[in-house]
Design a protein around this ligand. Structure first.
Ligand SMILES: Cc1cc2nc3c(=O)[nH]c(=O)nc-3n(C[C@H](O)[C@H](O)[C@H](O)COP(=O)(O)OP(=O)(O)OC[C@H]3O[C@@H](n4cnc5c(N)ncnc54)[C@H](O)[C@@H]3O)c2cc1C
Length: 384
């Protein structure tokens, strides 16, 4: 089949690789002049690791990244908020702190090596379809096609979602984060976070080679104030808030080194229409508090490619993809939506409840297992 993919991110590169490998003629359209990831590090959970193992790139990624045994979060006072260790679920279980660039480069190389064509500087803004084929239009009015179908992997701000006519709801969170990577020796083999009320949050995620991904949570509308007050004033307040970040802060001299990322929550009634199917953040963006988005995007790619391989029919494949992914994605989306305000919101009262309950939850064996399975990306739905 002739398949178009709009967006060369994690989901796009992964699905293009699988479909090109199966012998389809795949063309990927990417809006940026160059295919490259935005942002710093991500937590690759056991669910995502399984997929990279199938792709044959897990060992290479693991060698160049950081093995994470769990996560530790503290209140500003130093009181532990939560401590989770993957080994309490299964002794081999762990996460991998990986630089987004490393993961993306590997996926991109696979996709090109499998024969997919990648066209850059092509922002796909619209499409027209009939029962048999689809044509795409880019930002300059250029037409592309015909294709048998279109896969929309154009991220949380998907333009194709808007023009698809599929009923959906997209909510912008008022909170966001700024990210960077830098040298850091204070945190090893775990995700480390410090949180104050529901307004301030700092995190350090080891990603290998003595580097950490650093993030600072803030209200999206305060970013301009932060820049106005200057990078030194901000660094001072972060250093007081979390001395573990001091070494890394030394490497930051300008806000230009940071990436600003706003969060969105997107819910679609269904993930396909005539000749288009949605995967990854384009289909189900969430806030990053559970650290699952990239893992879920990889799973979507495999699920859709397998569904197509099983039947060679676009509509049946979409139907099976939706059926197989629905329960799990609904669980992760609803849970993230429920929990996000406890960590970043304008309701400090939620922090009081969080601080009272969260430290005790891992002491209840059933809850600890459920929390760990969720973190691992292995919880199939609310009912297990
Ligand atoms: C701050 C932050 C931290 C995160 N941390 C984690 C984590 O630790 N673990 C984890 O699993 N996930 C994490 N995530 C989530 C993860 O980054 C996303 O879920 C994941 O990148 C989704 O992949 P995607 O391919 O669907 O979308 P994206 O990676 O956003 O890729 C979309 C691609 O489409 C391109 N594009 C957009 N519009 C168009 C268009 N109209 N035409 C052509 N191309 C277009 C973009 O340029 C981009 O290349 C985090 C997200 C954020 C914001």
């Amino acid at each position: 089949m002739r398949i178009a993919v709009s967006g060369c991110g994690i989901a796009g590169a992964a699905v293009a690789y699988l479909l090109a490998k199966s012998g389809h003629e795949v063309t990927v359209f990417e809006q940026s002049p160059e295919c490259k990831p935005i942002g710093a590090g991500i937590m690759l959970q056991p669910s995502g690791q399984k997929i990279l193992k199938r792709f044959g790139i897990l060992d290479l990624i693991e060698r160049q990244s950081s093995r994470l045994e769990g996560l530790d979060a503290f209140l500003r006072s130093g009181r532990p908020l939560i401590r989770l260790r993957y080994a309490s679920l299964d002794e081999h279980s762990h996460a991998i702190g990986v630089h987004r660039g490393l993961l993306f480069d590997q996926l991109h190389q696979l996709c090109v090596a499998a024969g997919a064509s990648v066209i850059t500087s092509a922002m796909i803004v619209a499409y027209t379809s009939d029962e048999r084929e689809v044509h795409l239009r880019d930002q300059s009015g250029g037409e592309h096609g015909p294709f048998d179908f279109l896969i929309a992997t154009d991220g949380s701000r998907s333009l194709l979602r808007k023009v698809s006519g599929i009923p959906h709801r997209a909510v912008e969170y008022p909170y966001a984060a700024i990210w960077t990577t830098g040298p850091c020796s204070t945190v090893d083999n775990k995700l480390f976070q410090v949180i104050d009320s529901t307004t301030r949050l700092v995190g350090l995620l080891p990603i290998g080679s003595g580097q950490c991904s650093f993030f600072w949570g803030l209200r999206a509308d305060r970013y301009d104030d932060l820049i106005e007050h200057g990078v030194d004033a901000w660094k001072e307040s972060v250093a007081t808030f979390s001395p573990a970040a001091i070494g890394l802060l030394d490497s930051i001299t300008s806000f230009d080194q940071m990436t600003f990322a706003g969060y969105r929550h997107v819910r679609m009634r269904r993930w396909y229409a005539d000749r288009i199917v949605f995967l990854g953040d384009a289909a189900h963006a969430s806030s990053p508090h559970l650290g699952q988005g990239a893992n879920l995007a990889l799973e979507d790619a495999v699920c859709f490619a397998d569904a197509l391989a099983d039947c060679d029919d676009f509509v049946i494949a979409c139907h099976n993809y939706q059926r197989q992914r629905w329960r799990k994605l609904r669980y992760y989306q609803q849970l993230t939506r429920l929990l996000s305000p406890f960590f970043q919101s304008d309701v400090p009262l939620l922090a009081t409840g969080r601080n009272g309950v969260l430290p005790w939850m891992p002491h209840v064996p059933w809850l600890r297992r459920r929390m760990l399975r969720t973190l691992c990306g292995e919880q199939p739905g609310w009912l297990g």
